[in-house]
Ligand binder design. Structure first.
Ligand code: ATP
Length: 792
């Protein structure tokens, strides 16, 4: 290292020490305040609640300071005007002099933007951009780019390649994978920056091929939006939707490392409070449930529950100790149903109108019977003969000897009659969404009536036992059912807290049950196992529940509230959502402030999107904007060349993203005898783990082979994780392509690509996904010929 570089590094170390000194001071101050606040006693409910909120705020602050410990400051820009600005994960100021002097500028602040955008051709006032690389609190390297074209030693090669901070970028890209995604805040590229900082309003679609940083950009956009529109988004919350739990775990560290925690991360399957959708089902069944026609099917299923009797219904009631039978006529029931429907209220809310009408019809019957005037004919004759003054009006004659208060009494007692209520329950039952949907699946007759537009075999595929929990594709249907049944029912704080507790309980209970008898779904609340398991909650758990009671954030509130309107929704792998899932998400985002990232070439789900245009038109017409990401930071050029052949097969009009680097390592394929496949795979995994060192190896297999091949690899190689729920931190992970969506590994071994292609109508897209998961090496093992599109 030259003396100059050493001196420069020393100077940066001094500044870094100053920044960490500030961070430490702020953290200590917050810790001291937190201790004080926790010790303070509040006598009133309000004082206690204020103390709890303050504690939560301070705890959040401390968490943020901890989160930015690594890579606190990573950049510096020197302007042509002689100014210097340091860029980092948060903003820090020198307040001692009484002035607000910036020591470190948050990467999201407008003043940091030139750090990401400046090029030699368009330097944005920046003469030099410096990437400061650190390990812990120590400066390890500096990566300078001079952007002044007049300066002799301008780093032209770097800027002409269009990449900012190329050396730092390459170091990040080539680094071994850890099983957890890292943030890219130090090396965001210009086309990514434009997406991250795009306006909050409207729907933004980010289309990009594999490895172009869509997920990374989506997460950084969440952090940017929270920083820029904090007030609005902290009260309305930001929702990030990902394809599965494994993926959510994979990205879970990114926002905390950017000091943002108030975001709700979940799958579509998590979006119905009270339901944990973990049941599996065949892709073809999920596809049927994803069709838009299910809005009609559910409506008809509900109409079917609003029964119309064909015969009079006897209703036995108790009147002054005597049993009496009334008859409800089909016409009366029809009239009540029509009136209830005419209220245009959701089904459950309209029940009151239905009940009122039934009670009214029965009241009239009783009133007619007991109030019938035996002298009506004589009275009417008297009226007609001129003694009109003795009577109020003609209608009063003969109808009833009961007055209004008598009739009101009858009405009141009928409204409480168990038999009357039972008949109302039968004709117009109050339903939960779960009852409506499960009831539909459970009954071939109901399915036949509600879904004549499906084929007989499609209806048969939907049939299932109501016990055993819910699938992800059920959740949009439950949400749709809830709309029909309850509309927008606001939830109370108590419900939010209950829901959080329920989830905590469920997690605990599920854990306990898994230990007892393997993973059995607990969604059926009547399942006796559920009650048994919840009884296991111990004192420590109760203590924890007490603690969470104190502070409910908007994101937590939103998680428990089906009718919550999010401030912004970000959907990753958005191409996978079914039309019914889109309806659910759009209901959660009436402002249509959305960021949708995905790649229609990677669509694997049978009900997923083939075009953004068709998917979005029903919700935003053509008012959406498209941004494209074109550079692949993950997949080396050698591997991408193979994937490009498969992409051409899927859609010849699509072009693959440009890889930023070559590795010099060509992908390989080996055809083997079927009986030797398992042994050869185990050998290959051993070899690749040695190559990957402390990196990660992904073994991607056809869906039907994950159990046997996974077991074989796991028994031969310690620390192998298999299938859904696999811990990605493990050195070797065996997954299906669906499970590997959005993930990446240093080395990928792909098994039986032909079977993957033939395994689904979207098999070619699955193969494209599988081929683009590696950051360094790709090997293919096959017993049948390779699909023709795979050319090696
Ligand atoms: N500007 C960047 N600096 C450093 N690394 C980057 C940058 N952009 C993307 N990457 C890295 O490239 C890899 C791919 O990014 P990401 O997973 O976000 O891509 P993607 O478009 O979502 O991919 P896919 O659609 O294939 O799942 C990640 O390791 C990410 O950290």
């Amino acid at each position: 290292m030259s003396n100059d570089v050493e001196w420069e590094q020393g100077q940066e170390q001094v500044h870094l020490d100053l920044l960490y000194g500030h961070l430490d001071e702020m953290r200590e101050r917050a810790q001291a305040r937190l201790r004080e606040t926790r010790l303070s006693r509040g006598s009133t409910h309000q004082a206690m609640s204020e103390r709890d909120s303050m504690s939560a705020l301070l705890a959040d602050q401390i968490e943020r300071y901890d989160a930015v410990e690594n890579g606190l400051c990573f950049g510096r820009i020197d302007g042509f005007d002689g100014t210097t600005r340091y860029i980092g994960r948060i903003g820090l100021y020198d307040e001692k002099s009484g002035e607000h002097i910036p020591l470190l500028t948050d990467w999201r602040a407008p003043a940091s933007r030139p750090f990401y955008l400046a090029t030699a051709a368009s330097p944005e006032g920046v003469q030099r951009r410096r990437h400061i690389r650190t390990r812990g609190r120590k400066v390890t390297d500096l990566d300078d780019e001079v952007l002044d074209l007049d300066v002799a030693n301008v780093t032209a090669g770097k800027t002409l390649s269009g990449l900012a901070g190329e050396a730092t970028l390459m170091a990040a890209i080539k680094a071994k994978r850890t099983g957890r995604m890292s943030d890219i805040v130090e090396t965001i590229q210009a086309e990514q920056d434009v997406v991250i900082r795009s306006d909050l309003g409207g729907a933004l679609v980010v289309q990009g091929g594999p490895g172009t940083g869509k997920t990374a950009v989506a997460l950084h956009r969440a952090a940017y939006l929270l920083y820029t529109f904090r007030e609005l988004l902290e009260t309305r919350a930001v929702l990030i939707v990902g394809p599965n739990d494994t993926f959510l775990r994979y990205i879970s560290q990114v926002l905390p490392s950017l000091a943002e925690t108030g975001v709700l991360l979940c799958t579509v399957g998590d979006l119905f409070p009270g339901v944990t959708a973990r049941r599996e089902e065949p892709a073809v069944v999920a596809e049927i449930k994803g069709r838009l026609t299910f809005t009609d099917i559910l409506r008809k299923a509900l109409d079917d529950r609003q029964r119309q009797p064909t015969k009079r219904i006897p209703i036995e009631i108790d009147r002054d100790g005597n049993r009496e039978t009334l008859y409800l006529e089909p016409g009366e029931a029809r009239r009540a149903r029509n009136l209830a429907r005419a209220t245009k209220k959701p089904h459950n809310a309209a029940r009151a109108a239905f009940e009122k009408e039934i009670v009214e019809a029965l009241t009239t019957k009783i009133a007619e019977r007991i109030g019938d005037d035996p002298f009506a004919d004589i009275t009417r004759a008297a009226f007609e003969s001129g003694r009109k003054d003795d009577f109020a009006n003609a209608e009063d004659i003969g109808n009833n000897v009961l007055d209004q208060s008598d009739i009101a009494e009858i009405r009141k007692s009928l409204a409480k009659e168990p038999e009357v209520l039972a008949v109302c329950d039968w004709l117009w039952p109050v339903l939960t969404p779960q009852q409506l949907v499960a009831g539909l699946y459970a009954s071939p007759e109901r399915l036949d009536k509600a879904a004549p537009q499906l084929t007989g075999s499609e209806r048969a595929a939907l049939r299932r036992d109501p016990r055993g929990g819910w699938t992800a594709a059920d959740v949009p249907l439950l949400d749709e059912a809830a709309e029909l049944l309850d509309g927008d029912k606001p939830v109370s704080d108590e419900f939010v807290i209950e829901e959080r507790e329920r989830l905590a309980r469920r997690e605990y209970a599920e854990g306990a049950l898994q230990i007892l008898e393997g993973s059995r779904s607990l969604d059926d609340e009547e399942d006796p196992e559920y009650l048994a398991a919840t009884d296991l909650i111990d004192a420590a758990d109760l203590g924890e529940r007490q603690r969470v009671r104190s502070h409910v954030t908007a994101a937590q509130r939103a998680a428990a509230d089906r009718s919550w309107a999010f401030g912004h929704i970000i959907v990753d792998e958005a191409q996978e959502l079914s039309p019914m899932a889109w309806r659910l998400l759009m209901r959660r985002c009436p402002s249509r402030s959305l960021t949708l990232v995905g790649d229609v070439a990677q669509t694997g789900d049978l009900s997923g999107a083939a075009s953004w245009e068709t998917t979005l038109r029903p919700y935003v017409e053509n008012r959406w904007r498209l941004a494209e990401l074109t550079v692949n930071y993950r997949t080396p050029a050698e591997i991408m060349a193979v994937a490009a052949g498969v992409l051409a097969d899927i859609d010849p009009t699509m072009s693959p993203p440009r890889s930023v680097r070559e590795t010099g390592v060509p992908p390989w394929a080996e055809r083997i005898d079927p009986v030797k496949l398992t042994d050869r795979l185990v050998d290959a995994v051993r070899q690749e783990t040695a190559e990957a060192g402390d990196g990660r190896v992904g073994v991607l297999v056809p869906a039907g082979r994950v159990a046997d091949l996974g077991a074989a690899v796991a028994s031969a190689i310690g620390g192998t994780a298999v299938g859904a729920g696999a811990d990605l931190v493990s050195p070797v992970v065996v997954l299906t392509v669906k499970q590997a969506k959005g993930l990446e590994f240093d080395s990928v071994l792909l098994v039986e690509p032909d079977e993957i292609v033939k395994g689904s109508p979207r098999g070619a897209s699955d193969l494209y996904v599988a081929l683009t998961r590696a950051t360094q090496r790709l090997g293919i093992l096959h017993t049948k010929p390779l699909p023709p599109a795979v050319r090696l």
